[in-house]
Write a protein that binds this ligand. Structure first.
Ligand SMILES: [Zn+2]
Length: 116
């Protein structure tokens, strides 16, 4: 049985935004000084529900899903907390949804993706 979508598929403009986010790499690895790390699209949530295809940020597999070839402890030392290991420490370190969305949109604008 296919998963039911909580939000509609991305429009062309939203797809472009998500492609641009992937090109920029993980927002947090960049701000932590780790450098470019391939990003997955994370849909920000409100009370556990995805908001929209525009409320999206780029997170690497560790920041997003806690997946790393390091142990969890080592990876947390290197990258900071993963969202998969709890929203509270993640937000305490990296900011609220609104702050993260603002950071992502600023990063897109600074990279020349003007329509964000
Ligand atoms: Zn990352």
């Amino acid at each position: 049985m296919p998963l039911q979508r909580a939000i509609p598929r991305p429009t062309q403009a939203q797809q472009r935004r998500q492609d641009n986010i992937r090109e920029l790499g993980c927002l947090l690895c960049m701000s932590e000084g780790i450098g470019w790390v391939a990003a997955e699209i994370h849909h920000l949530t409100d009370c556990g529900r995805t908001i929209s295809q525009d409320h999206t940020i780029g997170l690497c597999q560790f920041h997003h899903r806690g997946v790393s070839h390091y142990s969890r402890e080592q990876a947390t030392r290197i990258y900071g907390p993963s969202l998969a290991h709890g929203a509270k420490p993640f937000r305490a370190r990296f900011g609220t949804n609104d702050e993260l969305l603002q950071q992502q949109n600023t990063a897109l604008r600074m990279a020349g993706y003007a329509d964000h």
